[in-house]
Design a protein around this ligand. Structure first.
Ligand code: ATP
Ligand code: MG
Length: 177
C-alpha cells in the first residue's frame, strides 16, 4: 500500500509548446515519482485514435494510474460532446485534487480543452488553488494560457525545430503512441 507523503511542498509545472515531448516528459516524471513509491495519477482530457503504449504498460504493470473518462476519440465527438467530456474530466480532476490522495497529479492536454473553449482559464486557476500543498500538479497542452504560466513554478516550452510528420512520416507505434 502506497502512502501519500504530506510533508513536502508540491509545485505547479507546465509543459507546453508545439514540439514533441509534453506527454512523454510527464510520463517520465510519473515513472520517477512511482520509483519513490509516490502515488501518481495521470488524467487525460482527450483521446486520439491510438492504442497508446503507456496505457498498455500501465494496465500490465500498474506502476501508477491513468484515467480516461472518455474512451471515444475526440475527433469523432461533436463540439457539445467534447465540452461535456472536458467538463466531466475537470470535475473528476477537482475531486482527485481535493481528496489529496496523490503526490503527483498530471492533467494531460488540459490546455487543449481551454483552446476548444470547453473549460476556462479560471477553472484551471481553481484547480491550482484548491490542491493540497503536498500535491505536485503537472499541466500539459500545446498552448498554455499566460495567466497559468504566471502562476506556475516551472514552465517548459517544447520548441518544434523539426518533426518527421512534416516530411510525411505518420505517427509511429512505440514512439508517438
Ligand atoms: P508526445 O506524446 O509524443 O510526448 P506531445 O504530448 O508533446 O507528444 P501532443 O500535442 O499531445 O504532443 O500531440 C499528440 C500527438 O502528436 C503525439 O502522438 C505526438 O507524438 C505527436 N506530435 C507531437 N508534436 C508534434 C508536432 N510538432 N507535429 C506533429 N505531431 C506531433
Ligand atoms: Mg500530449
Amino acid at each position: 500500500m502506497l502512502n501519500v507523503d504530506k510533508s513536502h511542498r508540491g509545485l505547479v509545472q507546465v509543459y507546453t509548446g508545439p514540439g514533441k515531448g509534453k506527454t512523454t516528459a510527464a510520463l517520465g516524471l510519473a515513472l520517477r515519482a512511482a520509483g519513490h513509491d509516490f502515488r501518481v495519477v495521470m488524467i487525460r482530457f482527450f483521446e486520439r485514435d491510438f492504442s497508446y503504449g503507456e496505457h498498455l504498460f500501465v494496465s500490465k504493470y500498474q506502476p501508477f494510474e491513468i484515467v480516461r473518462l472518455n474512451q471515444r476519440k475526440s475527433a469523432t465527438l461533436s463540439r457539445e460532446e467534447r465540452r461535456s467530456v472536458a467538463q466531466q474530466t475537470l470535475a473528476f480532476a477537482e475531486g482527485v485534487l481535493l481528496e489529496g490522495n496523490y503526490n503527483l497529479v498530471i492533467l494531460d492536454d488540459i490546455f487543449d480543452a481551454v483552446e476548444m473553449e470547453a473549460i476556462s482559464v479560471e477553472d484551471i486557476v481553481r484547480l491550482i488553488t484548491v490542491r493540497p500543498q503536498w500535491v505536485e500538479l503537472v499541466l500539459t497542452g500545446r498552448s498554455a494560457p499566460r495567466e497559468i504560466m504566471k502562476r506556475a513554478d516551472l514552465v517548459t516550452e517544447m520548441l518544434m525545430i523539426k518533426h518527421p510528420f512534416y516530411e510525411g512520416t505518420g505517427p509511429r507505434k512505440g514512439i508517438d503512441y
